[in-house]
Design a protein around this ligand. Structure first.
Ligand code: AMP
Ligand code: ZN
Length: 112
């Protein structure tokens, strides 16, 4: 999608600190980390948010969770949180589906 920051990052048009990539998924460090470990996992395909996941595009979401598990294992993460904000009121600032993976500090619940 034109003018989408994360489409451009996945395409290599905007630099990022890549942790993993394959034909359908791209993972990179968050530019403003909220925990000692904070990376994002996105589909290369543009999907607006988790609210736009459907039967036709959901396979990549399962794959994203495989990648999250692999990266967590590779980094020896003992515990971690996976977050996907949907819509402005929930804190979504980039309208391209992404999963935050946060680790390395104690987390509070419920989130603010
Ligand atoms: P959200 O606010 O849930 O939509 O998450 C968007 C995330 O993207 C935020 O945590 C930002 O810090 C992060 N972000 C924005 N621009 C970049 C960038 N160029 N490279 C890496 N992360 C970014
Ligand atoms: Zn996009």
């Amino acid at each position: 999608m034109e003018d989408c920051l994360f489409c451009k990052i996945a395409a290599g048009e905007i630099p990022s600190d890549c942790l993993y990539q394959d034909e359908s998924v791209y993972a990179f460090k968050d530019i403003a980390p909220q925990a000692p470990v904070h990376f994002l996992v996105i589909p290369r395909e543009h999907i607006d948010s988790a609210a736009a996941v459907s039967q036709g595009n959901s396979a990549v979401v399962a794959h994203i969770f495989e990648v999250i598990a692999k990266l967590a294992k590779d980094q020896d993460l003992e515990g971690f949180r996976v977050v996907s904000n949907v819509g402005e009121s929930a804190g979504q600032t980039v309208r391209h589906l992404h999963f935050h993976v946060l680790s390395g500090r104690d987390m509070t619940w419920p989130p603010g």
